[in-house]
Every structure is written in structure tokens, then in C-alpha cells.
Design a binder for this molecule. Sequence first.
Ligand code: ADP
Ligand code: MG
Length: 231
Amino acid sequence: MEELLRRSEKLTTVGQLAAGVAHEIRNPLTTLRGFLQLQLETSKFNSRHVDIMLSELDRINLIVGEFLILAKPQATRFEEKDVRFIFGDVISLLDSQAHLCDIVFETDFSTDSCLISCEENQLKQVFINVIKNAIEAMPQGGVIQVEIKRGRSGHVLVSITDEGIGIPEDIIPKLGDPFFTGKDTGTGLGIMVSQRIIQSHYGTMDIVSKVNVGTKVTISLPLLMEGHGDL
Ligand code: ADP
Ligand code: MG
């Protein structure tokens, strides 16, 4: 029950979230203003300050970008798609970035079709968020395993396993809280946005992790029943 309550508390409305976003953006804006003022007063170009200003701008951009996915008017169009192909697209998208970080993908996809009803771009966003976290958790490189298989009771299970730094046990309950981040440059919105999207697809997202061993994220989504294509 307590868990239920905690979850429902997390379901903040977009409006409440907007207040948080505004707050998060105000900090980098204050920094930007300060440095601009300084440039004006000293009329000196300080490249270190400009670097900071650029990274603060990037941070604002990142926060607004992730927020937009949530705030976008829900004109979502659910379509029948095979989750294997959606994930395949995401891997091709991130392959070169992973390669640069000495990371390789190992995939094990079901031989059966895995048709689900989904908003393709939102689901891609989820897979991108999870894989980005995996990449960021492996600064020395390694393997990211992606498995797609049919689970019990008409669900497809998508699991993403990394060999990264892992997540301390006491941190796990905080995952999905808006703006909770363990990174210097994180937004702390990735998991929350992903959970929301998975919920809107009637699925679940489960994270298990061990420090210095790695993290496994499992997403379960309801499969479309076969043979009802024209219903
Ligand atoms: P962000 O990545 O912007 O920090 P997220 O919501 O995506 O925000 O993740 C929140 C935090 O959860 C991360 O900062 C990190 O501390 C932790 N985390 C998430 N995924 C992983 C992972 N695969 N390995 C290690 N830590 C992770
Ligand atoms: Mg992230």
C-alpha cells in the first residue's frame, strides 16, 4: 500500500512538473546572466566563461527537450509495430556513439514477431534513455546486452543489461523522481519520462542493479493478440 501511495505521488501532473522545470532552468539562467554581465563590465573575452555559458545553455536545452516529450499535447497515435524493429532502429541510431565509447551491443531477439500497439517515437525515446544511461555507466566501455523475448501472459520482455558502475541499493527507490540525478551533467528526467511512457502503454519497467557489476532494465509490454488484425 505504501508503495502504491509512493507511486501515485510520483504521478505529478505536467503542471506540477513545469514548476520544477522552471526552477531547474532558473539556475543555469542565473549563471548565464552573471557571466554575460561580467563580459560586459570587463569587456574581456574569457573563453573559460564562454565554455561554462555554453554548457549551461546545453543543460537548459536538454531539460526543455525532455520536458517537451511529456508536455506535448497527447495527440498520440498508437500503431501496430514490432518491438524488435523499433529497437533495431534505436541501436542503429546509437551504434556509432557507443562505438566511440568502446561499447558494443549484443542482441538476442525473439524469432517470433513481437507486435504491440504503440506510439513509435515515444517508445524509441524510452529505449534511447535506457541505453544512454547504460553507455554513461560504462566509461571504460563494455557490452550492452539487449534481449527481446516473449514473456508470460501475452507480454513481450525487453531487457537491457550493462556492465557499468551499477546503482547503490538505497538509490534505487529514488529512480524516477523528477530531477534525481547522480551525474554532474544529468537532468534526472530520463527514467521518469520513460516510466510515464511505459505506463501509457500499459507496461511496466523494472530495474535491478549491483554496484560495480551492472544494471538490468526490463520493460514488459502487452503483445497484440494475433489473428485479430481486422478488429
Ligand atoms: P540522468 O541520466 O539525466 O541522470 P535518469 O533519470 O536517466 O537521469 O537517471 C537517473 C540516475 O539513475 C542517473 O543519474 C544514475 O545515477 C542512475 N542510473 C540510471 N541508469 C543507470 C545505469 N544503467 N547504471 C548506473 N546508474 C544508472
Ligand atoms: Mg539518463
